[in-house]
Design a protein around this ligand. Sequence first.
Ligand SMILES: [Zn+2]
Length: 211
Amino acid sequence: MIPPSLVIESCETCRRPKVACVCDRIVSYPTSLRVLILQHPQEQDALLGSAQILVASLPKVQLVIGLSWRSLGHALGEDVDLSKWAVLFPERDGRSGVREASALDGVVVLDGTWSKAKTLWWRNPWLNRMNRLTLKPKQPSIYGKLRAEPKREYVSTLESVALALTLCGESPEIEAGLHRVFRTLVQRVRDANVPKEARKLPRKTRPPRPS
Ligand SMILES: [Zn+2]
């Protein structure tokens, strides 16, 4: 067990506790696909949150924190062609996704635990009117037992976005690179043996939006 001071001591760059800092592993990947992350304000277990890695690695990522927005344009802060955007969705039987993923301008992903993502889904009815990019992950989440999700297809925000990038025609190198950083994060948190209740971060430690 590590002393509590190590959990509190934070990195100057990402402002996250040092045990959950992966700044030394971040690689920037320019993409043509845009990514909008809708993050629930009470993202639990934030030490293991993967959205921060996406924000640091992908210049075209936009992260907004909240519970509801009037529309996609409202969340993005600009008008966009809705037909060129899709929301990431775990695959279920009988549901068809977008036909041409490579023609998309951007994707929307809901960040938070499974139940928090569900809340976001219900609070934003416009998501139901969007194209869906259905995801069928090839392997179970890198989280492993650190964060139990109810179904195999519910993987982390990072893994969902990484898979979507590949489906949309970005280089598979990006997916592999993002997975490597995320594995490092999970490994560091696992090695530090941080108690579950200590993994929730106070609001102030959330990383700032890059300018
Ligand atoms: Zn850091």
